[in-house]
Design a protein around this ligand. Structure first.
Ligand SMILES: Cc1ncc(C[n+]2csc(CCOP(=O)(O)OP(=O)(O)O)c2C)c(N)n1
Ligand SMILES: [Mg+2]
Length: 358
């Protein structure tokens, strides 16, 4: 990670100097909301009975989603992998619809059929939530293609992990992004691990994953993810490049996850030391750092920060209550909202042959 000097330099970037006190506080509020939402989800998951399936927590990485999406305008879209709670909430999805989705309830954003990995809200420019590693990278490319095709001035922020960069489909996407001049920003969230494999053990030239973009003639940047100002300054350059020049960018944002790959990761402390995790929590926590920054700037007091946090916790508990009291999906709806063909009774939908003619 780069040192705090970078933070102070990034604070001077025009896009950060324009931030009002309210906008700065809103960034903190969003990060606190995400953390409290996930802590509450974890509590219910561990209690057993409320939730099934996987639960990949974003705790420790909140500044990446919140900082970058804070720059999104009307035609800017977001797509990500399975660690999607932070991006979804940052794009304006409600805690209620997200928590209900985790509980598998009909009031969930995907009707309770998607769960943790499939939050989805196209009306809020949020396109999921994808379980296949790097599967979202050609989809993000497609969103960027559609924007260009329609003549809309926007871009697609497509997030992927440090492990996903080794998937072939990501490289195919980079090739087309550059060849066709598409407004896509690939944001590599480098949390140092792919499941239990460290970056150094999974990637060649692990010092710089973003530089692979050079092979495709794409601009790239390295960003310190613990610093909201740095995330915003670096991402804004990429968004402007997409908007003004219709050119792609690859950003590597360094960050850290505090919990295991998923809640079911029994080896969470075997491939890294407890000291390493503790060091990040104590010295690099993005929420604490932003809170300290705002207090130092005189934008916020300790007491106000505590109030914001308490409100986030209360909202998360309220969302869990809403989820618990919501109805399960109806058995008769088991086939709806799964395939377009079934919902629209196309010939393929009637025969069940969705992909093959015979
Ligand atoms: C194509 C594919 N291969 C393997 C998996 C299993 N898998 C799920 S997550 C993951 C690690 C990905 O790590 P990274 O891209 O760094 O993302 P992070 O979990 O750190 O956010 C793997 C191998 C999968 N879901 N899809
Ligand atoms: Mg990773």
């Amino acid at each position: 990670m780069k040192d705090q000097q970078v933070a102070s330099l990034a604070a001077q970037a025009e896009i950060n100097r324009q931030l009002t006190p309210d906008q700065k506080i809103n960034i903190l509020r969003q990060m606190m909301d995400i953390r409290r939402f996930e802590q509450t989800a974890l509590k219910h998951y561990q209690a057993g009975g409320d939730m099934g399936g996987f639960l990949h927590l974003y705790i420790g990485q909140e500044s990446v989603a919140v900082g970058s999406t804070s720059l999104c305008g009307e035609h800017d879209h977001v797509i990500t992998a399975y660690r999607d709670h932070g991006h979804a909430l940052a794009m304006g999805m409600s805690m209620d619809e997200c928590m209900a989705e985790l509980f598998g309830k009909a009031t969930g954003c995907s009707g309770g059929k998607g769960g943790s990995m499939h939050f989805f809200a196209p009306d809020k420019n949020f396109w999921g939530g994808h379980g296949i590693v790097a599967g979202q990278t050609p989809l993000g490319l497609g969103i960027a293609f559609a924007l260009k095709y329609r003549g809309q001035k926007g871009c697609c922020l497509c997030y992927l992990g440090d492990g996903a960069v080794n998937q072939g489909v990501y490289h195919e996407s980079l090739n087309l992004a550059s060849l066709w001049n598409l407004p896509v920003v690939y944001i590599i969230e480098n949390n140092g691990y792919s499941m239990g494999t460290s970056l150094a053990r999974s990637s060649a030239y692990s010092e710089n994953l973003a530089a692979r973009a050079e092979g495709y003639g794409i601009e790239w940047d390295l960003i310190n993810g613990e610093d909201i100002y740095a995330v915003r300054a670096g991402t804004w350059k990429a968004i402007q490049r997409a908007h003004e020049e219709s050119r792609p960018t690859v950003l590597q944002i360094d960050t850290y996850r505090y919990y295991g790959h998923s809640v079911a990761d029994a080896n969470a402390k075997k491939y890294r030391s407890a000291e390493e995790i503790e060091t990040y929590k104590q010295q690099h926590d993005p929420i604490r750092l932003w809170q300290q920054q705002l207090i130092a700037e005189g934008v916020l007091t300790e007491a106000q920060a505590a109030e914001l946090d308490a409100a986030a916790k209360a909202r998360a508990n309220e969302a869990a209550r809403f989820a618990a009291e919501s109805p399960l999906p109806l058995e008769s709806d088991i086939f709806t909202n799964v395939y377009y063909e079934v919902d629209h009774q196309t010939p393929a939908g009637k025969t069940g042959r969705h992909f093959f003619n015979n």
